[in-house]
Design a binder for this molecule. Structure first.
Ligand SMILES: Nc1ncnc2c1ncn2[C@@H]1O[C@H](COP(=O)(O)OP(=O)(O)OP(=O)(O)O)[C@@H](O)[C@H]1O
Length: 269
């Protein structure tokens, strides 16, 4: 049998250990993703959602536990060593792209990422035509603006571009960290749709943190709910299509204090 794409076994993350400020952000979390699984992650503030992504990307080291990708133990690899097979889109549209470089240069850099070739000076005609094709699929008219500096684009356009850059090199694992939260509802809906399409088209294995329950139900084949550093509820492949926002609220309600911690934007999307 093939290995899982991603396997977390008893991952524990503690901030400021052995001090008065000690905070256990992840408490022996275990989670297994098969190739093509797309898990959405919801939970109250401070539940450990971003920390989970940070431990997977290597931005944070875990104090205990093992992290495997395709069966290989990567627990001790630094984030830049994992960048070859892990892509991430952040909440801040400014984080995923270089504003002073053109759309074409940004795409070129993303494509060569992790392939040890660095940034090539020239872009071949074949590459350029691929870029045009990929950009056209975003339906933002960016395919005719390859030479425009990314700093000139709107937040929604930059986030769509970040998503394209994170997915078209077909990473082993895609991490999405509230990547639509900073966008207005229309742009958020667009980037949500593009996310579903990109993950499906490339058959990616993905994790997405969101405060929007509708989005958490709309995207992905599995869902987990976190609270105080633990996975407290899980909806598996097969059952997710039938789950509703009231079902999720009922689960939140079971955790004392968690309902109060939910913000309006969580409820309303
Ligand atoms: N860099 C850090 N230094 C110290 N403590 C941290 C750090 N990052 C996270 N924490 C703490 O770890 C816990 C989990 O935080 P995390 O950001 O993972 O939660 P979250 O579920 O993503 O929350 P939110 O929905 O508010 O973004 C919190 O108590 C937080 O204060």
């Amino acid at each position: 049998m093939s290995h899982p794409k991603l396997e977390l076994t008893n991952i524990t993350k503690v901030f400021y250990p052995h001090t008065v400020n000690e905070r256990i952000a992840l408490k022996s979390v275990s989670l297994t993703l098969r190739e093509g699984d797309f898990v959405t992650i919801i939970g109250s503030n401070g539940a450990g959602k971003s920390t989970l992504l940070n431990v997977i990307s290597g931005a944070h080291r875990s104090e205990a536990g093992i992290l495997r990708v395709d069966g290989a133990d990567v627990t001790r690899l630094a984030d830049h060593q994992r960048a070859r097979y892990i892509s991430r889109v952040f909440q801040d549209p400014m984080a995923g792209t270089s504003p002073h470089m053109t759309i074409e240069q940004n795409l070129s850099m993303a494509l060569s990422r992790g392939r040890r070739r660095g940034l090539r000076r020239g872009v071949s005609a074949a590459k350029r035509s691929r870029f045009r094709e990929e950009l056209a699929a975003l339906e933002l008219g960016l395919e005719d603006r390859l030479g425009v500096r990314v700093g000139m684009l709107s937040g929604g356009q930059r986030q769509a571009l970040s998503l394209l850059m994170a997915t078209f090199s077909e990473p082993e694992i895609l991490l999405l960290d509230e990547h639509t939260a900073a966008l207005d509802p229309q742009r958020a809906a667009l980037v949500t749709r593009l996310t579903g399409e990109a993950v499906a088209r490339h058959g990616l294995t993905a994790l997405m943190v969101t405060h929007n329950m509708e989005q958490a139900l709309q995207l992905g084949n599995r869902l987990i709910m976190m609270h105080e550093g633990e996975i407290i509820f899980e909806i598996d492949a097969g059952a997710k299509e039938r789950a509703t926002v009231p079902d999720l609220l009922a689960e939140f309600g079971k955790v004392r204090g968690a309902t109060e911690a939910l913000s309006d934007r969580t409820l309303l999307g």
